[in-house]
Design a protein around this ligand. Structure first.
Ligand code: G4P
Length: 529
């Protein structure tokens, strides 16, 4: 097999997504340990008092113990080259999660066995289901008292509308947790709380044999026998076609903290996930093994390193091979030729400059401010665009001003750059300048992040005045004068920074009212320009 194909076929690129505190960081750390990318448990996350993961760049993440930005880590494991993309663990940042999901071929969903699918993260998981990518489930913390495993599966199926197929099954939980039963090999992997040991003991198990009572106890054996019979009769069969379409999620049970069930999960996951998949462009499907390089931008992050005031653009390579110093073209920039500056990858804590990367990999490049989310980069001679990344309609709005009039320049710069990253959306009232802007966000925590970043990165204190609007619609009619529209008194006309007119509404009733009173008015939830 030619080298290009070999390199691409051994790549696996996935996102890891969870409720805050379900164990995403712990699981990531264990996966990195297997790959030898880190050697010490605890290097990904420090003690509780100094809570932050390598992926948590921003101060606010440390303060709140949540992960806001997403980071990328690469490691090698048994011939595979694995890219893990971390995602924000809070639903207020669902849009960021969605963008990250655009850059991966599958997702791993971590669920706390005691909590199941929690209310506040349902939206986050739904975003995953919306993308129709394969979803693998790791049910964590089996060493603690857990919900009934059948109830957990039912909850996933009902809440997320995706079928489940347990690959292994827990034997007991909490202090009585004895391990998992692998359904395909009919082996029991015994649980030992050891934290670091890699190999757990495994033995063949005849569930009808009372000899097994010595290992797991009679009650557990009988329960397991009953459960497994029920599963074999009633649960969905492992159908890889359905897995690949995101309709069926293979489920694994374990305890990331105790490094239990992580290896079977990783092995099973690697067997079932696909290498980098073809991507749709406006000129047809682009195959990953195409000789020509192509990539798209899915994330922009400014000031990751405050000392350097850098702006990193993350792109997913969709086809071919990238080599340092090669010439590429930025399609949205009029096919302008350029070299990508200081291409880098993350390896656990380290960022390192890379010399080459392949389809499936994620690279970060320094960006003087030319790229936008969704942009396509191709080899000279190619000219196509990948499908864009939709923006979510903001649901919360605030009028933002700078406190100190001397800081106008920094205010404009900060608001514009943070908006370019896609962390917020900014609008203005018609015929006003940039003294104040209207900021729209999907989740209210994004306001806090914005305020914090304006202060720490741009040294601007802002005044944030909440606005009562919850719905946004772009006006599709060209050349319309919004002043002539007949609108309810609590509907607001604003403009985005491309000059398009929009309406902000307080209720759906008001949207209907506007459509009723203005016969030709055409509104859309997303910006089509
Ligand atoms: P997150 O990234 O999804 O937010 O979760 P994280 O890995 O930070 O884990 C959240 C807490 O749950 C941590 O405890 C972690 O040690 C614990 N944890 C993770 N996996 C397991 C598991 O399998 N079993 C048990 N019992 N606990 C688990 P913490 O007290 O918040 O932090 P720390 O003091 O351990 O750092």
């Amino acid at each position: 097999m030619p080298n290009l194909e070999k390199e691409i076929n051994r790549r696996r690129t996935f996102a890891i997504i969870s409720h805050p505190d379900a164990g995403k960081t712990t699981l990531t750390e264990k996966l990195l340990l297997y790959g030898g990318a880190i050697t010490l448990a605890g290097s990904v996350k420090g003690k509780k008092t100094d809570r932050h993961a390598v992926s948590d760049w921003m101060e606010i993440e440390k303060q709140r113990g949540i992960s806001v930005t997403s980071s990328v880590m690469q490691f090698e494991y048994e011939g595979f080259c694995i890219n893990i993309l971390d995602t924000p663990g809070h639903q207020d940042f669902s849009e960021d999660t969605y963008r990250t999901l655009m850059a991966v071929d599958s997702a791993v969903m971590v669920i706390d066995a005691a909590k199941g699918v929690e209310n506040q993260t349902r939206k986050l998981f739904k975003v995953c289901v919306m993308r129709n990518i394969p979803i693998f489930t790791f049910i964590n913390k089996m060493d603690r008292d857990a919900k009934n495993p059948f109830d957990l599966l039912t909850q996933i199926e009902e809440e997320l509308g995706i079928s489940t197929c347990p690959m292994n099954w827990p034997i007991g939980d909490g202090v009585d947790f004895k391990g998992v039963y692998d359904r395909a090999t009919k082996h029991i992997i015994s649980y030992t709380a050891n934290g670091g040991q890699r190999e757990a003991e495994s033995c063949e198990a005849d569930l009808t044999d009372p000899e097994l009572d010595k290992l797991i106890g009679e009650k557990n054996r009988r329960q397991l026998l009953e459960d497994v019979e029920l599963l074999d009769g009633a649960s969905d069969e492992l159908d890889l076609e359905r897995v690949s379409k995101g309709k069926l999620s293979p489920v694994f049970f374990g305890s990331a903290l105790n490094n239990f069930g992580v290896e079977p999960f990783l092995e099973g996951f690697l067997k079932m996930t696909s290498p980098p998949l073809p991507r749709v462009s406006d000129k047809g499907v682009i195959n990953p093994t195409d000789d020509n390089f192509s990539a798209f931008v899915f994330k922009i992050q400014a000031n990751m390193n405050k000392a350097h005031r850098d702006r990193l653009t993350f792109m997913r390579i969709c086809s071919g091979k990238f080599t340092r110093d090669m010439e590429v073209c930025h399609v949205q920039g009029g096919l302008k030729k350029m070299r990508l500056s200081q291409p880098q990858q993350m390896m656990a804590q380290e960022r390192e400059i890379i010399n080459e990367a392949y389809a499936g990999d994620i690279i970060g490049v320094f960006d003087p401010g030319i790229f936008s989310i969704g942009d396509t980069i191709v080899s000279p001679g190619s000219d196509f665009k990948f499908d864009g990344i939709p923006t979510f309609a903001p649901e919360h709005f605030a009028r933002i001003r700078h406190k100190d009039t001397m800081k106008r320049k920094q205010f404009v710069k900060g608001a514009t750059q943070i908006a370019q990253e896609g962390a917020i959306q900014i609008f203005r009232e018609p015929d006003t300048g940039m003294e104040e802007v209207i900021v729209g966000v999907v989740g209210v925590l994004q306001f806090d992040v914005f305020q914090h970043r304006m202060l720490t990165e741009y040294n601007v204190e802002i005044i944030n005045e909440g606005l009562p609007y919850s719905y946004i619609r772009w006006i599709d009619n060209e050349g319309i004068d919004p002043k002539k529209l007949n609108l309810s008194s609590d509907t607001k006309v604003v403009q985005d920074f491309k000059g398009n007119y929009l309406l902000l509404f307080t209720s759906e009733w008001n949207i209907r009212w506007a459509l009723d009173k203005n016969e030709d008015l055409k509104l859309s939830e997303f910006n089509k320009n």
